[in-house]
Design a protein around this ligand. Structure first.
Ligand SMILES: *Cc1c(COP(=O)(O)O)cnc(C)c1O
Length: 469
């Protein structure tokens, strides 16, 4: 086990930190007025899968920060890689026919773990920028191919691809689209492969084919000659850990090939072992043309993202395309790349993708299934590797949902927060994605906390008279 016990230098009270926070810090995806009234929770330090807040409370971080701290907190190898690289060469760009050693080494290491045919990488600083890059790259690809009319990109309702103009447009979050005039032109959406919400009248496998068929219908409606690409997360993360039926992705791939449309896998969450293999497309059974990555590539210790470019696009871009007019100051940032390289080495050394695929992932699935079988609030449990969801329902027999306005998920999340567990609520789906270093014993500890918080939620719902009505 690792430690990170560096003493804090600043000593202000929690209230003082909260007041300064409310005055100056505009948080992402936050109602500022509501937060100011309540006060932010100040997280001060972390080790392994645990966090400590400024009141000294220990919290089991079942969300890996924000789906990213795959190797857990306090890993010396990553900390030392950053320190070493910062001392030697903290930054240099890659614009003007120069390169740095960590950027080259990481590109090589990524090619080695990527599915066959992915030999090239374009670096960004985040998942959003990776998806912005993909929009520009697929449109550039079709220009080079002499079919510039292929501009339209199809994403999915309730998909998440980031928060920049292009990222938020590719995603299908209606609340995001409502602010800022999104989506940008030539982005279209089809329904998500969410069996619990949309497909309970048919078997899961039949629903998978049906949901993939929505893509074909939309392609035909738009005209295949106008469609550049389809983008999806192997398992939708921010949308609520929606694991599609096994029939879905192979059928999506078949449809993309049939109409010669590029297939993009957004692996920002699913990549780097979370699904039980290095990449989610391997677990879900398809081969994309482009892969977006971020989060787990550096275990969140430092911002880094990018695009893994498959053979077909790489050939056009490299051999025929001339200059690609795109890039970021920090594309290939040496310190970020050095940390990511140390992270990949550690993931391999600890054999984490395999451990998730064969041990801890199946164990979590078992525990979730047992909970779904017995707990009155849980209508469905789903998981893939180390990401999982519990669907809360008003009536277990009929699977009737709670009214959205009652915000039962948020109520449950409140109990988790109060009891030392970070679990996220997406509507009434309670989701987890713990660090990949979590052990079986720690999964037991997490499950005990989850049970306690579900029980507390159930008690509160009974008191309020919200069950079965
Ligand atoms: C988080 C996320 C992104 C956006 O990444 P940022 O680093 O926040 O820009 C994109 N796609 C998926 C699937 C994500 O989960």
């Amino acid at each position: 086990m690792t430690t990170s016990q560096t003493p804090r230098i600043e000593t202000r009270s929690t209230q003082e930190w909260q007041a300064a926070d409310a005055r100056h810090f505009l948080h992402p995806f936050t109602d500022h007025k509501a937060l100011a009234a309540k006060g932010a929770r100040i997280i001060e330090r972390a080790d392994n899968i645990y966090l400590w807040d400024s009141n000294g409370q220990k919290i089991l971080d079942a969300m890996s920060g924000l789906w990213c701290v795959n190797v857990g907190y306090g890993q010396r190898a990553l900390i030392e890689a950053a320190t070493r690289q910062m001392s030697e060469l903290p930054f240099y760009n890659a614009f003007f026919q120069t390169a740095t050693v960590p950027a080259i080494e990481l590109a090589e290491a990524l090619a080695a773990i990527a599915p066959p045919g992915f030999e090239r990488v374009f670096y960004t600083c985040s998942g959003s920028e990776a998806n912005d890059t993909i929009v520009r790259m697929v449109r550039r690809f079709w220009d080079i191919e002499g079919r510039p009319q292929r501009k339209k990109i199809i994403g999915r309702v309730n998909g998440y691809h980031g928060s920049t103009m292009a990222g938020a447009s590719l995603g299908g979050m209606s609340a995001m689209h409502a602010q800022g005039g999104l989506p940008i032109p030539d982005i279209h959406h089809i329904q998500q492969p969410h069996w619990f919400e949309l497909g309970r009248h048919v078997s899961r496998e039949d629903f998978g084919l049906l949901a993939a068929g929505w893509l074909e219908a939309r392609i035909l409606e738009l005209g295949p000659e106008n469609v550049a690409a389809f983008i999806g997360e192997p398992v939708q993360g921010a949308g609520g850990v929606i694991v599609p039926p096994a029939s879905y992705w192979p059928e999506i791939e078949r449809i993309c090939r049939r109409y010669d449309i590029l297939l993009v896998s957004d692996e920002v969450i699913c990549g780097f072992g979370r699904s039980g293999q290095w990449f989610g497309c391997e677990t879900l059974g398809f081969t994309p043309d482009l892969i977006a990555f971020a989060k787990g590539v550096s275990s969140g210790y430092i911002p880094l993202g990018g695009v893994l470019v498959g053979e077909r696009v790489a050939r056009a871009l490299v051999d025929e395309g001339g200059e690609f007019e795109h890039g970021f100051t920090y594309s290939g940032h040496p310190t970020a790349c050095a940390v990511a390289l140390a992270n990949l080495r550690l993931l391999r050394q600890l054999n984490l993708p395999r451990q998730v695929g064969h041990e801890t992932g199946p164990y979590l699935a078992e525990q979730f299934a047992a909970l779904a079988a017995e707990h009155a609030l849980v209508g469905e449990a789903q998981s893939c590797g180390l990401m999982g969801a519990l669907q809360l329902v008003r009536d277990k027999a009929t699977l009737a949902p709670f009214a959205a306005a009652r915000a039962v998920g948020m109520l449950c999340r409140g109990h988790c927060f109060g009891n030392g567990l970070i679990m996220r609520a997406v509507g009434d789906r309670m989701i987890v994605a713990p660090p990949l270093v979590i052990t079986r014993a720690q999964i037991d500890e997490m499950m005990a906390l989850i049970r306690r918080c579900l029980d507390l939620t159930l008690d509160e719902l009974r008191t309020r008279g919200w069950l079965g009505v």
